[in-house]
Design a protein around this ligand. Structure first.
Ligand code: S3P
Length: 440
């Protein structure tokens, strides 16, 4: 297992960097490629571990995928909807909830048995939220511990029943699983969301010509007879870029330009929070390409103040709460995060992990059932903290270490490759190289 020693840095981070590619969109790009007939070329694909799990899953269904990592490109060859075939073995989604849940939706429309498993963390994450609604399609679906956890199976059929479903939790993964299932429906399906969550699946399918509309919080999906393969170029990942944005915000004299970041409003709650905290950044060159908004983000150091983040905003900052907590601990005043109990069922219990990590650095932080109360500004102390095998906790703690006052060891950092394999080399590119990785 690897750990990293982080030495405090007193100069700013500077320069220009291309954002790491978007994980959420890479999963979806590969999946729609597999459901399209012909050859789909995808540029700007993220070769992070989670997206590689998606590629192997799709290959188990007979899809051909060529990987060109140096070009950040994949080529997906498929006969498309209705032509995927029963896998010969179980699909192992590794650490990736998105792989498992979205592929489960696709599996309902594949004749035969698909079985999903994952690593130790994923096998403890809730799956009833997809297993139960996917049964509305007429597919047989069942899992361990009364349908609660992986491994689980889907016995799909070539065409499925059309359905209506009201999501109890605002989850883009569950919504996307159902959208993919609806593509093989015998009629129009309807999905209602309690609050908006990231809409990448909808945007991508609409871009490829699928009739998918949102009317008053209800998504209507008309199953296409086929989807034609197309070229896609994906933007950078705001969730990964948020670590660099946070670092530039917290280190005096910083001035950073992060190029080509996805700024889809259903993903960009981090920027809204940072703005409210007093962050000094600008979005330049906003443009819509391939169904998604992107732009360059120019960030400078600024003094921050505490804010309140309530339930309605949580789906839009679902993955950024750990790094927002680091910002909050450096901000003047109190930050209250509520309605965030979903964080307890991520790669680890993120409310607990961030509270423990920041407390270890000397922050006054209260863990609540549904959130956190963080008192700032703190002077981060050194010592040893643990990521609990969660990539976003690991990177948040590394950022805290860089802006801290003493050497910090972050344990269990192999997980960073889950979403951002180039994290440390990107830190070097913007001027911070005072880390030392050790094998323990
Ligand atoms: C994701 C949706 C979110 C997020 C996850 C990626 C996606 O999960 O936390 O990292 O790509 O759809 P939920 O939809 O379960 O909240």
């Amino acid at each position: 297992m690897k750990e990293v020693l982080i030495r405090p840095f007193y100069r700013g981070v500077r320069g220009e960097i291309r954002a790491p590619r978007d994980k959420s969109l890479s999963h979806r790009g590969a999946m729609v490629g597999a459901l399209s007939q012909g050859v789909t070329v995808i540029d700007g694909f993220s070769f992070c571990a989670d997206c590689l799990s998606t590629l192997s899953g799709l290959e188990s269904w007979g899809v051909e995928i060529i990987r060109e990592e140096e070009k950040e490109r994949i080529t997906v060859k498929s006969e498309g909807l209705g032509k995927l075939r029963e896998p010969e073995d179980v699909i192992n989604a590794g650490n990736s909830g998105t792989t498992m849940r979205l592929l489960a939706g696709i599996a309902t429309g594949i004749e035969g048995l698909t079985i999903f498993t994952g690593d130790e963390s994923l096998r403890q994450r809730p799956m009833k939220r997809v297993i139960e609604p996917l049964r509305l399609t007429g597919a047989e679906v069942g899992g361990r511990k009364r349908d609660s956890f992986p491994p689980f199976f889907v016995r799909g059929r070539d065409r499925v029943k059309a359905f209506s479903y009201h999501l109890p939790v605002p989850s883009a993964q569950v919504k996307s699983a159902l959208i993919f299932a609806a593509l093989r429906g015998e009629g129009t399906s309807f999905i209602k969301e309690p609050l908006p969550s990231r809409d990448h699946t909808e945007n991508l399918l609409r871009y490829l010509g699928v009739n998918i509309e949102k009317k008053g919080g209800v998504i209507e999906i008309e199953p296409p007879s086929s989807i034609s393969a197309s070229y896609l170029s994906l933007p950078g990942d705001l969730s990964s870029a948020s670590f660099l944005i946070a670092l530039a915000t917290l280190l005096p004299q910083s001035h950073l330009l992060i190029r080509d970041v996805g700024i889809n409003p259903t993903r960009a709650g981090f920027l809204a929070c940072l703005r409210e905290m007093g962050g000094n950044f600008e979005i330049i060159g906003e443009r819509e390409e391939f169904g998604e908004w992107r732009g360059d983000i120019e960030v400078r150091f600024s003094h921050l103040r505490g804010i309140e983040i309530g339930r309605n905003l949580i789906p839009l900052v679902i993955d950024e709460i750990p790094i927002i907590s680091v910002l909050a601990a450096q901000a003047e005043g109190t930050t209250v995060i509520s309605g965030a109990e979903e964080l307890r069922v991520k790669e680890t219990d993120r409310l607990k992990a961030i509270a423990q990590g920041l407390r270890g650095l000397g922050v006054e932080i209260e863990e609540r059932d549904d959130g956190l109360l963080i008192q700032g500004p703190a002077v981060f102390q050194g010592g040893k903290v643990n990521s609990y095998g969660d990539h976003r906790i690991a990177m948040s703690l590394v950022i805290a270490g860089i802006v801290g006052k003493k050497d910090l060891v972050v344990e269990d950092i192999d997980c960073i490759k889950i979403s951002y394999p180039d994290f440390f080399s990107d830190l070097e590119k913007i001027g911070y190289g005072e880390w030392e990785i050790k094998e323990r």
